[in-house]
Each structure stands twice: as C-alpha cells, then as structure tokens.
Write a new protein. Sequence first.
Length: 137
Amino acid sequence: MHLVALLSDRGVPADQAALSASALAGASLVGRVVTGWLLDRFAAARVSVILLLIAAAGTFALAAAESFAVGLTASICLGFGSGGETDIVPYLIARHFGLRSLSTLYGFNWTAWGLPALPARFFSGAPLMQRDRTPAR
C-alpha cells in the first residue's frame, strides 16, 4: 500500500518507485503461474517454504532499500512470494480436507486474514472515509 511513498522517502525518484510497485504486481502473476507448475512437480510444503523465504528476503531487502535496484529486487521478491502463497493455500486445503470442504475453509482462511485488517486501518495511514473538503457555496 505504501511502497511508492516508502521508496520515495528513501530517495528513489517517484517514477522509479512506481515502477517497483508495477514490478510487484507483475511478479505476483508470475509467482502464481510458477507456483502452480512447482506444485505439480514437488511437495507442497517444500514449495511453500521456498516461497515464504523469498517473500521474507523481500521484506528484509525492503527494510534496507535506499536505491531503485534494491527496492525493485525487494518488490519482485515480495510479489513472487505473495502471488505463490495465494495459490498454495487453496491447494493445501483441498489436499488435506477434500474438495467438499474447500469453499468453507477457504472462506474461513480469508476471514482470518480480514479481521486483523480492520483495526490495522487505524495504524496504517489509510483513511476510513474520504471527506469532501470543498467549501460550501
């Protein structure tokens, strides 16, 4: 959410910071496709660990990012890891609990992700509602 602002505050030009955000989105798409391919060939737990390590490396790189190259690398790692994670969760749910339970358990999974996001909005700098600040006539 704040990737462009974070990189801009660290001296990366705004256009390059925006390119990093686009790279994150592109890497997420690639991560999803590659993860599907990997899940067809390797154990899901091992694929999951590798993706989480890639995302963690991206997090640590972003924490230290003070240049476009490091910001771009961090964005790609974060995008690839989070895109792959999106595919692994339903795969593991279906594999371990069966297709009959997939929709219900996947819904609970997203609920578990969504509930902590409610109070996080107060701390992340994201406004709950935009007010119209135009002066009355």
